[in-house]
Design a protein around this ligand. Structure first.
Ligand code: ZN
Length: 71
């Protein structure tokens, strides 16, 4: 079994458990284009791998930032 490493917490995990910010395409809000720009500023690309915990953290951070600009 190949293993991958999370770009954020550097934890190693199995390759089939990789998450990337590409999964945010399926969120209704924020829009994917906005998400991409947001993560680009954090130097996170579409091909960076994350563990489940870290992708949830990124999801929450971006949702919070999105709410702020909508107010
Ligand atoms: Zn992680």
């Amino acid at each position: 079994m190949r293993s991958a490493q999370c770009s954020r917490c550097l934890k190693k995990f199995q390759e089939k458990e990789i998450y990337t910010i590409q999964q945010f395409q399926y969120r209704k809000e924020p829009t994917y284009n906005w998400s991409l720009a947001f993560f680009e500023e954090c130097e996170i690309g579409e091909w960076d791998s994350f563990c489940e915990t870290c992708i949830i953290i990124h999801a929450n951070e971006s949702a919070k930032a999105w709410k702020k600009i909508k107010v």
